[in-house]
Design a protein around this ligand. Structure first.
Ligand SMILES: [Zn+2]
Length: 198
């Protein structure tokens, strides 16, 4: 029997996995957002609220381009490969990343860039570059010696006269006061001391 399973990265969301925004409200203190039925696991250790999503990977169809918040966060925190969820490749030269090629953005790129894509292992570079349409625009393989967790990416909300209104997607450092208004969807690491690999 041929293997007819669809190949989808570990962090990809599936059609059976939904995120829920309806349960959001303004914090009783007035400063920031909260879930109406919030539990301890809804915030990270910085006090930032995270997007909820049910877990049903490999059921239905993969929603390519959409990310599952809990799996992205797990892979990013533990430096797991974004495709296969095994440990990402790591050598004395640093951790391995597969990035869209934005070398024109600034000299020294990607030093100083906040990434939301978790790292990768070597075998999966092949898989990803063959199957991921987003990478057809050009990609680079990078090793970074610095990659500390710096913040989150997510949907920012604004206080309204009644409740809250959704705003724009933002990428924020944990030190930014606006994080209390943001529903985190991706954990961000800040790349530094990078080498571009051939
Ligand atoms: Zn892998």
């Amino acid at each position: 029997m041929p293997d007819t399973r669809v190949i989808a990265p570990y962090i990809t969301r599936w059609s059976t996995e939904a995120t829920y925004l309806g349960q959001l409200t303004r914090r009783p203190s007035g400063r920031g957002i909260a879930y109406r039925d919030e539990t301890l696991g809804d915030r990270d250790r910085h006090g930032v609220l995270w997007a909820r999503a049910n877990s049903a990977p490999e059921i239905g169809r993969p929603s390519f381009g959409k990310i599952h918040p809990a799996r992205q966060r797990r892979a990013m925190r533990r430096l797991l490969c974004q495709v296969c969820a095994k440990p990402a490749d790591q050598t004395p030269d640093g951790v391995l990343w597969l990035l869209l090629d934005h070398r024109g953005d600034w000299s020294g790129w990607p030093d100083g860039m906040g990434v939301t894509e978790p790292p990768i292992c070597r075998p999966c570079i092949d898989v990803a570059t063959r199957h991921c349409p987003a990478l057809r625009r050009g990609y680079v393989v990078v090793r970074s010696r610095q990659y500390e967790i710096s913040g989150i990416q997510g949907l920012q909300f604004h206080p309204g006269r009644t409740g809250i209104t959704p705003g724009e997607q933002v990428l924020l450092d944990y030190t930014d006061p606006a994080v209390v208004w943001t529903l985190a969807h991706n954990l961000v690491r800040l790349l530094g001391d990078c080498t571009i690999v051939d």
